[in-house]
Ligand binder design. Structure first.
Ligand code: ARG
Length: 459
């Protein structure tokens, strides 16, 4: 047991208590951030003449030594220490002696851990954003290739109207674009440095908090020391934003699973992203999509968990907050893993374009357009709706599509129909006629694709 606070105690901590209290098994993940923060802290302490230049140099050299020894695997972070802060400080004192004992001047583990967690998540937010951008790049490529790939659009999972694959994928582009903007918002809101808040009430040393913040590229220092050591809002926001990413990935996964089913066969998942069955030789399962869908629950769970942990905590720091780490680390790793795998799967998936178009035709997705044809020839919409209903019934009885009816059959139901009905209800026309902003028509889609190109080039 190596702890930083033995002085006022007369008895050793019970081993079970020690284990229960310790956080080293998971906060060792941010040793690099802890050292980065300590280097900034002592640089500021020396500028303020609280430490001498020599002490600062010794400390920084010692900290850099610890960092490189950990990186090279020469120094192991073991559970002999209570937490990562104790590990770094104890090792520093071992290395450089008395100067090391000055590292913690004007600092508490409360502002230190708040800083470490911010430094850690700040980098991870950028990484999440990069992964989202990679997914958007794949989606945009597929959109460009599929502005004339016709397929049924669904409501209630019933075929509704014809759309294109580009349009369908564009819906997900919008979702993941919003996810990126949420990441950016969170980053901007959280990017204030808590270091220098002390345990809760600031400190009597003349710290230059603006300078420390600047050294670590924060927008500035936080403005209330009690809030600084007990604010976990940004983690809740991040868990919420990651839950939304996962929800989007899960919806998309569900569609891939449906599209990949024997009944649909809209897509074929690449062998590299599928798995087989130990008993059924014919099987090729969409396990990656299913796992992404399944792992969504873990991320939601982390959000609920931290909200619940935080709800009853009085100001300022309380140990409950240590519970933030495992949840957030796991949720970040899960979301990043899912994003990377999902992007790889979508990047290699094959779309069965003919199946998709046939499915749109055979599902009467052009029925609304047949009604619109009648309306354009002077038939009131309600009557047109009824006439097309009769056409559909006729087709169902004969097991054919609207496109397969002869002109005589059309005319038998309404004399208004002429030869040009076939063109009016072709998939191409049905989609092409829909050119309102955001619609699947080629020219509307072209504008959107151009805007997405610009967006990806800028951000
Ligand atoms: N391991 C602690 C945490 O994660 C670090 C802060 C400890 N502070 C304290 N006063 N015990 O929150």
């Amino acid at each position: 047991m190596a702890q930083l606070w033995g002085g006022r105690f007369t008895k050793e901590t019970d081993q079970l208590v020690y284990n229960f209290n310790a956080s080293i098994s998971f906060d060792k993940k941010f040793y690099e951030q802890d050292i980065r923060g300590s280097i900034a802290h002592v640089t500021m302490l020396a500028k303020q003449k609280i430490l001498t230049e020599d002490e600062k140099n010794q400390i920084i050299e010692g900290l850099e030594g610890i960092r490189s020894d950990v990186e090279r695997g020469v120094l192991e972070i073991t559970d002999k220490y209570e937490d990562i802060h104790s590990f770094v400080e104890a090792n520093l004192i071992d290395r450089i002696g008395d100067a090391g004992k000055k590292l913690h001047t004007g600092r508490s583990r409360n502002d230190q851990v708040a800083l470490d967690m911010k430094l850690y998540t700040r980098d991870e937010i950028l990484e999440l954003d990069r992964l989202l951008k990679e997914l958007l790049e794949v989606l945009l490529r597929l959109m460009k290739e599929n502005t004339e790939t016709y397929m049924p659009g669904f409501t209630h999972l019933q075929k509704a109207q014809p759309i294109t694959l580009a349009h369908h994928l564009g819906a997900y582009f919008e979702m993941f674009k919003r996810d990126r903007s949420r990441m950016k918002d969170i980053y901007n809101r959280m990017n204030y440095c808590p270091l220098g808040s002390g345990a809760l009430a600031g400190t009597t040393y003349p710290l230059d908090r603006e300078y420390t913040a600047e050294l670590m590229e924060f927008a500035g220092p936080t403005m209330n020391s009690m809030d600084s050591v007990s604010d976990r809002d940004y983690l809740i926001e991040l868990l919420s934003a990651m839950s939304t990413v996962m929800m989007h990935l899960s919806r998309f996964s569900e569609e891939v699973i449906i599209w990949n089913s024997n009944e649909y066969q809209f897509v074929e998942i690449d062998d590299a992203y599928s798995t087989g069955s130990s008993i059924m030789p014919q099987k090729k399962n969409p396990d990656i999509a299913e796992l992404v869908r399944g792992k969504t629950g873990r991320v939601y769970g982390a959000l609920m968990s931290l909200l619940t942990t935080m709800k009853g905590i009085p100001l300022a720091y309380n140990k409950d907050m240590q519970e933030d780490k495992e949840l957030v680390f796991d949720a970040i790793d899960t979301t990043k893993g899912c994003l990377a795998l999902f992007t790889g799967m979508i990047n290699t998936i094959r779309f069965q374009k003919k199946r998709m178009e046939d499915s749109a035709k055979n599902g009467f997705t052009n029925a609304t357009d047949a009604a619109d044809y009648l309306v354009n020839h002077g038939v009131p919409f309600r009557d047109a709706h009824g006439i097309v209903g009769q056409l559909v019934l006729h087709c169902i009885e004969k097991n054919i599509a609207l496109d397969d009816m002869t002109l005589e059959e059309y005319k038998a139901i309404s004399p208004v129909f002429e030869e040009d009905i076939y063109d009016a209800i072709s998939m191409k026309t049905c989609v092409e006629m829909r050119n309102t902003t955001g619609a699947p028509g080629k020219s509307a889609m072209g504008d959107v694709i151009m805007a997405y190109d610009m967006y990806l080039n800028v951000e």
